[in-house]
Design a protein around this ligand. Sequence first.
Ligand SMILES: Cc1cc2nc3c(=O)[nH]c(=O)nc-3n(C[C@H](O)[C@H](O)[C@H](O)COP(=O)(O)O)c2cc1C
Length: 196
Amino acid sequence: MPRIAVVLGSTRHGRFGDKPAGWVVSQLAARGDLDVELIDLRDHPLPLFDGAPPAYTGRDYPTEDIARFARRIDAADGFVLLTPEYNHGYPAVLKNAMDHTFVEWQRKPVAFVGWGNVGGARAIEQLRLVAVEFEMAPLRHAVHVLPEMLLAARDAPAESANSIFAPLQPKLVRLADDLAWWADALAVARTVAAAA
Ligand SMILES: Cc1cc2nc3c(=O)[nH]c(=O)nc-3n(C[C@H](O)[C@H](O)[C@H](O)COP(=O)(O)O)c2cc1C
């Protein structure tokens, strides 16, 4: 069963991101064909990156905090990046965490769930470009939480947020079906390449 890390890319005080994170993790886990883990960047408060390029240093980690984050990324076969949009881009905290690592993401698929005035579309498009540089396979199917739904879910108690997201369920199913396919396929390909 492919291991999917759902990475919550917002850490700010009072964030909305907990609600889509809870919904995405519960929906993916309920499928039964994915081993799902939430990686909350609040649990990995990394310093601003200022070291040697991880694309060259590989798994030689300068600190245990970076190693702990990197090991969780390494263990995954695929990712769902959950992203708000800050000033028409992705959150710096998400990019900073990624910049501390490299090989852990390589040759793995990544799908996106975003929220904001245009459903996080601008942040997601930029993250797709970032993913290419990490030698990942960024996927087409995404889920975009638009303002009306965002405000309704934001103002609702946590336990009723999932029902507010329900109209997006078919899009999440397509995202997950595609992610499962790519995660399986690339896991086999990585194994074959490692044995060659
Ligand atoms: C610094 C900052 C910049 C923002 N810029 C945008 C933006 O460019 N586009 C947008 O749709 N929403 C923008 N917003 C509104 C966010 O979509 C909204 O605050 C959302 O709740 C952020 O997700 P979070 O609460 O999980 O961090 C911005 C919010 C912040 C805090």
